[in-house]
Design a protein around this ligand. Structure first.
Ligand code: XMP
Length: 319
């Protein structure tokens, strides 16, 4: 009889076994997976764990405050809040290719981690919230040569460079199981139910060049979209919803003035594990209401479109 409580005990014993008296460093991304991994590991080994929240400047609205508040204030888990917005946005300046963005962001994560691992007196292990679908999406489905659709950025490379071993306690779990484990560990329901958020963050939701100005526009629009989804009672039915700020400007009219602003695309999908997905069939009232609110409240957006592509042939993210 397999229960989450039993999984939790077993996973904690495995972590203690693997780590011994070693030191572990864990990056918190704002997502559910890394938060669940960190809480589990902290429950197992306490202050042998150092958590680092890397604020890339590509987080959702209020995300940094929420994560820091939960870990530091509610759980009393020591947390380094690394505000690296200037570093990430500086290095991303002019980078337009999606894979180049992922590589840039991944490389900077390594640098920031190395810095904080050293500051914490070194670490023997690196903890990651890798899930089972992450493990298999980068492997071929047919036994032939593996095809990488997107190089899911993680902090690969760092373990070798710093002679660290990986701790990945969620490697056998699917998303719904990670959520169940999170509840078992006492993470608040609202946190556990949050939609998946990719490591490269808003960096891959701004096709073309990324800038602070664009990230700020996208954050505001995305927050309104999610707010409308919550108000409509649809948040938990949808697997993932987010806005994408397109590098396209179109002509519009506001009052009696001409505008020439960005197009914003809205995306929402249902899915079981992120490997395949269907676009979510919002009713037109919802779409109209949300578009009106975004255009009225967010300067820099004058047109909103809805993405009706499923996966495959689309992917969930636009990059
Ligand atoms: P795609 O876009 O490949 O996304 O259909 C499937 C799921 O993975 C997330 N995703 C990422 N997560 N690093 C991550 O940590 C990445 O580079 C990355 N790319 C996509 C995406 O948000 C969706 O949940």
């Amino acid at each position: 009889d397999w229960t989450m409580a039993a999984f939790r005990e077993e996973a904690m014993a495995k972590i203690r076994d693997q780590v011994g008296s070693g030191r572990v460093i864990c990056g918190l991304s704002g997502g559910v997976d890394s938060a669940v991994a960190a809480k589990l590991i902290h429950d197992a080994i306490g202050d042998q764990l150092t958590c680092v929240f890397v604020d890339t400047g590509l987080m959702r609205l209020n995300e940094a405050e929420e994560v820091v508040g939960l870990f530091r204030d509610s759980f009393n888990i020591p947390l380094v809040h690394a505000d690296e917005e200037a570093l990430f946005l500086g290095e991303l300046d002019g980078v337009t290719d999606p894979e180049a963005k992922r590589k840039t962001i991944g490389r900077l994560f390594i640098d920031v981690f190395e810095k904080h691992a050293k500051a914490a007196g070194g670490a023997d292990f690196l903890a990651q919230g890798t899930l089972y679908p992450d493990v298999i999406e980068s492997v071929s489905f047919d036994g032939g040569p593996s095809v990488t659709i997107k190089s899911h950025h993680n902090v690969g490379g760092l373990p070798e460079r710093m002679n660290m071993k990986l701790v990945e306690p969620l490697r056998e779990l699917f998303k719904d199981e990670v959520r169940a484990l999170g509840r078992e560990l006492g993470l608040p329901d609202a946190f556990v139910q949050r939609h998946p958020f990719p490591g490269p963050g808003l960096g891959i939701r701004i096709p073309g060049a990324v800038s602070k100005e664009k990230a700020d526009i996208l954050r505001k629009a995305d927050a309104i979209y999610i707010d409308e989804i919550r108000k409509a009672g649809l948040y938990d039915t949808i697997w993932q919803a987010f806005a994408v700020l397109l590098p396209v400007q179109t002509v519009g009219v506001m009052g009696d003035a001409r505008t020439y602003d960005h197009v914003l695309a809205l995306r929402a999908v249902t899915s079981v594990d992120g490997m395949t997905a269907d676009y979510f069939p919002f009713d037109h009232d919802f779409l109209g209401r949300t578009a009106t609110r975004i255009i009225n409240e967010v300067r820099g957006v004058n047109r909103v479109v809805y993405d009706v592509t499923s996966k495959p042939p689309g992917t969930i993210e636009w990059e």
